[in-house]
Design a protein around this ligand. Sequence first.
Ligand SMILES: Cc1cc2nc3c(=O)[nH]c(=O)nc-3n(C[C@H](O)[C@H](O)[C@H](O)COP(=O)(O)O)c2cc1C
Length: 175
Amino acid sequence: MSHHPDPAGFRAAASRFSTGVTVVTSRSADGAPAGMTANSFTTVSMQPPTVLVSLKRGRTWQAVTESRRYAVNVLGADDVAICRHFAGAPLSQGAPSLIDCEGFFLLPQAIAQFGCEVVSAIEIADHTLFIGEVRWCRHQDGLPLAFYASRFRNGLGAEILPSDALAYPAEGWTI
Ligand SMILES: Cc1cc2nc3c(=O)[nH]c(=O)nc-3n(C[C@H](O)[C@H](O)[C@H](O)COP(=O)(O)O)c2cc1C
């Protein structure tokens, strides 16, 4: 078996890990918002509350690198157009409105929002892992947008087991 999969094979295999979809925003040096779609969002630890995003070099990367702050906006199932806008396919009617909240740029319809300060930035290949300590967060009910096999999905499938049937370890899982 090859230790170096071809890019298409790697992309196809990686795409079988289903994720949610977020828009990561930050403040550029001139004060303007920058934002990009990212599904690399991961929770890292509960104590202190810590997350990470993996961003390639670009406008948002630049803003996060300079401001050392970012917000993560978790998209709902109705937000495919917003996802595409922040992935380089701008909406014809103009940019979605972002609210400036204590220096973080937020999408009001996001089903969860995290305001983060960068505590570590690790460069890997052509990406940087921005590890952020969560200064505040909020959430609201809503169907999540999911991404699987390079397709957008309505993120709530049927529940497989009643959650109380799982034997949760007392400690060990981050979330
Ligand atoms: C579903 C989806 C997920 C993406 N996730 C990431 C990601 O985690 N990291 C990344 O660097 N780019 C990701 N991208 C690509 C960026 O959103 C895209 O390159 C964007 O235009 C970069 O914006 P900027 O460099 O102008 O800030 C994703 C795109 C899509 C459609």
